[in-house]
Ligand binder design. Structure first.
Ligand SMILES: C[S@@+](CC[C@H](N)C(=O)[O-])C[C@H]1O[C@@H](n2cnc3c(N)ncnc32)[C@H](O)[C@@H]1O
Length: 335
């Protein structure tokens, strides 16, 4: 499969993040160098609060657990409930394992998907938490969900690996595959591998919180559109899907014979989410300027103004995302 150019991995559903760039991002006011999807990096000598650590040039960007923690409540509030009933119906249908359902969460990060979904499903569950980052897997293991909606036991294990190498065998016995804030940081080939693995294993997939490429800020500003377009272009760097993720995933799963449903899952950020909004803004504008350096001087004033409104509790932002449920055809022996 084709790997994207190694420079940046945009922030998944968290549009926070331009790249560490060795100087290509202009010195925006209050701008700290930022990592895609991982929030700002500290200034030299500062304690790293949002960024994990340096990734080498040929290593993919890594996500700071603090950033994933910061966004978790907004993610939880955004997730669509409309896809849960069809999912529950599918999971209730035989063949069902006597010992409950097995859920594979791909790109689990610190495990926020499981903490949200496990208590909303009845019955015993075993979660297999996949990520390529062992550091995040450690956080996912310690904070894994323990209890289902009806009080049944929930257990978890972690597996390190790349979604590009996921096979139907790796999902053997799976009842469900989940992912959250993942599709938009994948390439078409990687989503193809995911769809092929789910189809081969005959299990449904709930793929949540993919960026839709649309943002609404109150009050609107003449520069909003240009920043949004530059940010979206930045997200598509290196063949990553960015805002095309859900459309592409829907196509790919449908080509594999799955029935696909999509539902909106917007972040609605207001004064109660000021810390997240601030980090998101810095990353959103920073990525846009990295993509289009000619925006720098105007973006400078724009960011100052937006941050001031955010600090004053006057800024509201809707960051549109989509959730996707793919009901793949069961195969013999699928759980
Ligand atoms: C934006 S974070 C989302 C984490 C978590 N699902 C959440 O919602 O908080 C994306 C996660 O996907 C993982 N990831 C990205 N690309 C991956 C790949 N090709 N294979 C495995 N994991 C990947 C990253 O390490 C990171 O944990």
């Amino acid at each position: 499969m084709t790997k994207p150019a190694a420079t940046t991995r945009q922030g998944g559903t968290n549009p926070a993040g331009a790249t560490r760039n060795g100087g290509t991002v202009p010195d925006l006011p209050g701008h700290r160098d930022v990592i895609p999807g991982a929030g700002p990096a500290p200034r030299p000598g500062e304690r790293a609060t949002l960024r994990l650590r340096d990734a080498g040039d040929d290593e993919p960007a890594r996500y700071a657990p603090e950033w994933l923690q910061l966004r978790e409540p907004a993610d939880a509030a955004a997730r669509s409930y409309d896809l849960l009933d069809p999912l529950r119906i599918r999971l209730a249908n035989p063949p069902r394992r006597a010992d409950g359902v097995v859920v594979h969460d791909i790109g689990c990060g610190t495990g926020s998907m499981g903490r949200w979904l496990a208590p909303r499903l009845d019955g015993a569950q075993h979660w297999v938490l996949h990520d390529r980052d062992p550091y995040l897997l450690h956080f996912a293991a310690v904070a894994s969900p323990r209890s289902a909606a009806d009080g049944s036991h929930v257990t978890a294990e972690t597996r390190r690996g790349d979604v590009a190498r996921l096979t139907p065998d790796a999902l053997s016995g799976a009842s469900l595959v989940t992912a959250s804030a993942l599709l938009d940081v994948l390439t078409r080939e990687e989503v193809g591998a995911l769809a092929a693995a789910c189809t081969g294993a005959g299990c449904p997939a709930l793929l949540t919180l993919s960026v839709a490429g649309r943002v609404e800020l109150t009050e609107p500003h003449p520069l909003d559109r240009e920043i949004a377009e530059a940010f979206n272009a930045h997200q598509r760097r290196g063949g990553l899907l960015g805002p095309d993720a859900v459309t592409v995933a829907a196509e790919v799963f449908a080509e594999h014979g799955a029935t696909v449903r999509i539902a909106p899952s917007p972040w609605r950020l207001g004064p109660g989410q000021a810390a997240l909004t601030e980090q998101w803004l810095r990353g959103w504008v920073g990525a846009a300027v990295e993509e289009r350096p000619e925006l720098a001087s105007r973006a400078d004033g724009y960011l100052t103004e937006r941050l001031k409104a955010c600090a004053a509790g006057e800024l509201r932002v809707v960051v549109h995302h989509s959730d996707l449920l793919a009901l793949c055809r069961p195969v013999d022996g699928a759980a």
